[in-house]
Design a protein around this ligand. Structure first.
Ligand SMILES: Cc1cc2nc3c(=O)[nH]c(=O)nc-3n(C[C@H](O)[C@H](O)[C@H](O)COP(=O)(O)O)c2cc1C
Length: 141
């Protein structure tokens, strides 16, 4: 069985408050703990950027659940790659809301999140999505 890492971008179907995000994350964590899936979810201006890691069947199963979830739409796959080790092994699903103030701290990344995550912009630069996810995972405030 291959270990894979999958990254996608999507748009929230409607405005989501902290309670909505918390409930969604709780269910994601519950499924991921059962299936040994790890990752990180970023939320910026109504867009999600998520990375999922695990055995290919487990990640594909999580992705089927994700695709069927009416809380978001416009799911665009950024990458799906075989990996030798996990980058987010400590999180059943980490979460970080990316705010306008983060643009000052990360000016180089600002164009990629200031008006929400843009899949074509992010996808055009290999490694960029993973860099964003790792950067915000580390500054998990
Ligand atoms: C932005 C977003 C992220 C999600 N992340 C995950 C995830 O990491 N793993 C997973 O299994 N499902 C994920 N889901 C899917 C939901 O968890 C799923 O629709 C929900 O678990 C419904 O099943 P439940 O009734 O068992 O809660 C995600 C859904 C959305 C909208």
């Amino acid at each position: 069985m291959a270990l894979i890492q999958l990254i996608y971008v999507s748009s929230a179907a409607r405005e989501m408050d902290e309670g909505d995000l918390h409930r969604m994350l709780e269910s994601a964590v519950r499924h991921n703990e059962t299936n040994n899936v790890t990752g990180m979810l970023l939320f910026a201006s109504g867009n999600f950027l998520q990375v999922l890691e695990g055995e290919d069947a487990a990640v594909d199963e999580a992705m089927s659940r994700i695709q069927a979830d009416p809380r978001h739409h416009g799911i665009i796959l950024v990458s799906r790659e075989e990996i030798t080790g996990r980058d987010f092994g400590a999180w059943s699903m980490g979460f970080r809301g990316v705010r306008a103030s983060d643009a000052e701290a990360w000016p180089g990344y600002a164009p990629y999140f200031e008006s929400g995550f843009n899949a074509s912009l992010i996808g055009a630069k290999p490694g960029l999505a993973l860099d964003l996810l790792k950067t915000f995972a580390k500054s998990n405030s």
